[in-house]
Design a binder for this molecule. Sequence first.
Ligand code: NAD
Ligand code: IPM
Ligand code: MN
Length: 369
Amino acid sequence: MKNPSLLILAGDGIGPEVMEQVRRIIDWYAANRAMAFDVFEDLVGGAAYDAHGTPLTDDTMAKAQSVDAVLLGAVGGPKYDDLDFSIKPERGLLRLRKEMDLFSNLRPAQCFDALADFSSLKRDIVAGLDIMIVRELTSGVYFGEPRGIFEEGNERVGINTQRYTTSEIIRVARSAFELARRRDSRVCSMEKANVMESGVLWREEVQKLRDAEYPDIELTHMYADAGAMQLCRWPKQFDVIVTDNLFGDILSDTAAMLTGSLGMLPSASLGAPMENGMPKALYEPVHGSAPDIAGQGKANPIACILSFAMALRYSFDQGEEADRLEQAVERTLQGGARTPDLMGEEGGTPLSTTEMGDAILSELDASLN
Ligand code: NAD
Ligand code: IPM
Ligand code: MN
């Protein structure tokens, strides 16, 4: 039997720092659980631009298409702010999502009990929180045409186009309903049907699919602005949220802060099934390259580590091993381990990125007894 394959694209800023800890976890699984992966590494984002003049080479794109799963750190940084849009680091990530057709982006927001006091919201609002945001990832205003900056008389106009087809809406809604069936069977769909035609279409198609194929799912609809408010007011009312590319980007950063830190939120971007029946997939933390703390050993590696746990679950059918890793993270936090982003008023000495990795690895060791 061939080993499952992984392509690691660590990227920029804190990307390589947090990915280093994931490498150690991968090695732990090989040594202790007889789970060997064939691991390949390559460049993406600013790192690829520096080496090749493009944020993603065709060769790297082909590798991404050929492996069982891609793990990505983060891309971007101030150094690249003035580059043309077509070669910015972020384009590398967008190209991966588009060409791998990763239409369903799962962004779970779970509040670990040990961090409930640390959220900027009150404990009873976030304690026990477990919601799943399903963000459409390959269409909408991120990719719609026409787009660009144009001259119009003596003015310049910037144009982006929000565009959704029925099949694009239906496939992401289906993935949300399927996930909800394995959770609390409730889906809330968010758009702006009060001002956008694409939102009207979104609402109609999601409702039609529910009525035709998922009568067991409780479906509600909410305007995305009200949804943002409700996420801060009483987030536990939600089970699964399904929404478009741009609203999902914003709502998932909001949800991240409910869990205590952006450094906690993992994600899985899933496409259609491959020959082996598993979905095409890329896993990455929700956070970015954090230029303000890069190179200082301050980054929280948990979002990236939990993204690998999602890979175990969704790409490698290793739900129990994913549970093991998530529980190791939970126990590490219960034990008081904190990177600087998780330090509240109580003070104490923060752990470095590597020390947080050490702490999680020793909880993994303990899980074997
Ligand atoms: P960011 O997520 O990089 O940082 C926002 C804030 O959160 C910063 O204060 C940062 O220090 C903190 N933070 C983020 N991750 C953390 C972690 N793991 N541990 C501790 N603190 C953490 O967002 P930004 O500053 O808006 O963007 C910086 C760059 O990253 C931009 O170029 C942006 O385009 C890019 N970006 C990339 C991705 C990605 O690769 N998926 C996602 C978001 C932003
Ligand atoms: C995210 C990021 C990306 C997005 C950027 C870096 C392209 O913010 O994954 O949330 O806007 O989708
Ligand atoms: Mn984002």
